[in-house]
Design a protein around this ligand. Structure first.
Ligand SMILES: Cc1cc2nc3c(=O)[nH]c(=O)nc-3n(C[C@H](O)[C@H](O)[C@H](O)COP(=O)(O)OP(=O)(O)OC[C@H]3O[C@@H](n4cnc5c(N)ncnc54)[C@H](O)[C@@H]3O)c2cc1C
Length: 381
């Protein structure tokens, strides 16, 4: 399927070509397979992206960033998702979930301390909100930060934290006022080498080169200077990043759809049954039509919403829709991809990996149910 560009600028097309060229060199298919099998973080390709300056993309020019807009960033993340969801996740945990929280909420001193090493790929980050007793219900978190002199002492647990085991620092959502629900949440930056901090990697279905973790905090001390924004003002900060996170997850899912179609297409052109190419069976060809329509719908939602955000509209309903449509379509496209390839799609290989990786999309970053709640609320129901 030829790559449609939905009105991309020449710079956006060049950016896509350039980052894909780089990833093809440093992260060929054999390496992707090996990293997925070994649950290995994509160190080399993350460094290559950093060395080429791509980690600066969304940061303000005042801090040495490129100041990319929403559509620029969506084009870039779609390309990473297309090449390998593992490098997309490695990029996003540091740059979006770590770095942009600091740029949006941090003091000037924190920005000066953190943004340069983040942009050079020398400081890896992750974000920790989810707890064993509270995932979708973020306001219900319990991890306690108790004020103690010029800082806080953290006690409690987080869970499912992507790349916590590979991160130098974590942005952690804590309760500074346990009685105040969402008004008692604060965000702090935790040094993962501090005493009392422990991350234990878990064993997930997919996304295996960016593992999630159980994270334990046992009297972990955090200086007050590492508070992001106001004490008890963390909820607003968490909500602020959501539009961007959701549109980028939609873009990544769109990229994964494109790759699945490409792999399936190559397969049906070679594979023969009953004396002809399986591509010549209408039942198979129609599945490609379905996959193409679902991919196009995902991309249309993604890029039209990115344009709205670039134009300054709040687009909360549209980013929720884009994430639901793109991630649900990604899983359906992956399911068709496996079916089209028969057993070859079911055994170890790129299609099977893309099927496993696609399952996360409708859970992380707000489940499809929670986002349907958002969409319905915006309809004043
Ligand atoms: C691979 C992976 C990586 C992750 N990375 C991170 C990370 O880096 N940092 C982090 O903080 N978290 C991370 N998470 C956690 C993720 O954000 C949560 O899994 C997600 O928010 C859902 O929470 P939960 O799993 O506790 O499900 P629950 O909230 O327990 O929900 C269970 C089910 O109930 C449904 N449900 C719950 N409430 C409602 C409602 N009000 N209306 C309708 N349905 C509802 C949900 O849709 C879901 O189907 C990750 C998760 C995964 C799988």
């Amino acid at each position: 399927m030829p790559y449609k560009t939905f009105g991309f600028t020449e710079e956006q097309i060049l950016m896509r070509d350039s980052v894909l060229g780089l990833l093809e060199r440093v992260l060929p298919p054999e390496k992707i397979s090996a990293q997925d099998k070994a649950s290995e973080y994509p160190h080399e390709s993350f460094k290559a992206l950093a060395d080429a300056g791509w980690l600066t993309l969304p940061f303000d020019e005042a801090y040495g960033g490129m100041g990319a807009g929403y559509k620029d960033f969506a084009v870039f993340i779609e390309a990473l998702g297309y090449h390998y969801p593992g490098i997309r996740t490695a990029y996003m945990t540091t740059v979006v979930y770590g770095g942009l929280y600091i740029q949006n909420l941090g003091s000037e001193a924190l920005k000066q301390e953190f943004l340069p090493p983040i942009m050079k790929g020398e400081r890896r980050m992750a974000v920790a909100m989810t707890e064993p007793q509270s995932g979708s219900d973020v306001a219900g978190i319990r991890l306690r930060a108790t004020r103690d002199g010029d800082g806080y002492v953290l006690n409690g647990q987080k869970v499912y934290i992507t790349n916590a085991h590979e991160s130098d620092y974590l942005v952690v959502a804590v309760k500074t006022d346990p009685e105040a629900g969402r008004k008692g949440i604060s965000l702090v930056i935790v040094d993962t080498t501090d005493p009392g901090f422990e991350a234990r990697p878990m064993d997930p279905l997919g996304s295996r080169s960016t593992l999630l973790n159980e994270v334990f905090f046992d009297d972990v001390r955090v200086p007050a200077s590492r508070l992001l924004g106001e004490e008890n003002g963390g909820w607003k900060g968490l909500m602020q990043g959501l539009n961007l996170e959701r549109i980028l997850i939609a873009a990544a899912a769109s990229g994964q759809c494109l790759k699945i179609i490409e792999i399936a297409k190559q397969f049906v052109e070679d594979r023969k049954a009953f004396g002809k190419r399986i591509a010549d069976f209408q039942a198979v060809a129609h599945k490609f039509a379905e996959m193409a329509m679902m991919t196009e719908t995902a991309r249309l939602h993604t890029y039209s919403t990115a344009e709205m955000l670039d134009a300054g509209e709040d687009a909360i309903q549209e980013t929720a829709m884009a994430k639901v449509v793109a991630t649900e379509n990604n899983f359906k496209v992956a399911d068709l991809g496996v079916h089209i390839m028969g057993a070859a799609g079911y055994v170890q290989g790129d299609m099977q990996r893309l099927f496993r990786d696609a399952r996360l999309g409708t859970i992380g970053g707000g489940t499809s149910d929670i986002l349907r709640n958002v969409i319905a609320q915006r309809m004043e129901l």
